[in-house]
Write a protein that binds this ligand. Structure first.
Ligand SMILES: [Fe+2]
Length: 199
């Protein structure tokens, strides 16, 4: 398969003031597009041509850095747009909430630890909620990595590359992470991924 840039399912203004039109225009139209184009070029002629995106990401990890970086970021961003929604961050669906409490102690603690993972990810990368061995865990990864290459299934990720927040928050990464958790997370989509992961 070749990579394609998905359309956003909300308008470029829909996430303001927490994530501005300008951020989405740069982040989606330029940064994500570059991962798509570079990934397609680097995929050509490799053993992973024709494989699913998840297989490309897992297969190229540690073997083909250029392809992995772009395919990994394509995978991460495909989900990232769906992890966001206008008026997000509300109630967490019951099953997922129970799993978060079981795995991480409480919803408040989980949100705190997720934010802390993003704050302490040195340089570019991502913070995650993931499912590993049936349990919800917190993780952080550098650059284009995700829990997918560490034996877990990502269910929520937040991009902490500067391109994700610098226009709106400058260097205030903690404020961006708090706004993401409180006002942007699409918990219904997180729950969907959780249910699929534990099936
Ligand atoms: Fe990004």
């Amino acid at each position: 398969m070749s990579f394609t840039l998905p359309e956003l399912t909300y308008s470029y203004d829909a996430l303001a003031p927490y994530m501005s039109r300008e951020t989405l225009e740069f982040h989606h139209d330029k940064h994500h597009l570059a991962y798509v184009n570079n990934g397609n070029n680097l995929l050509k002629g490799t053993e992973w041509e024709g494989k699913s995106l998840e297989d490309i990401v897992k297969g190229s990890y540690g073997k083909n850095a250029g392809l992995f970086n772009n395919a990994g970021q394509h995978y991460n961003h495909l989900h990232f747009w769906k992890w966001l929604k206008p008026n997000g961050g509300g109630a967490i669906p019951g099953n997922l909430e129970k799993a978060i409490v079981d795995g991480l102690g409480s919803v408040d603690k989980a949100k705190e630890d997720f934010i802390q993972a993003g704050v302490t990810q040195f340089g570019s990368g991502w913070a995650w909620l993931a499912v590993k061995d049936g349990k919800v865990i917190i993780a952080k990864t550098p650059n284009g990595e995700s829990p997918l290459v560490h034996g877990a299934t990502p269910i929520l990720g937040v991009d902490v590359w500067e391109h994700s927040y610098y226009i709106d928050y400058r260097n205030r990464r903690p404020d961006y992470l708090k706004a993401f958790v409180d006002n942007l997370v699409n918990w219904e989509y997180v729950a969907e991924l959780y249910e699929a992961a534990v099936k």
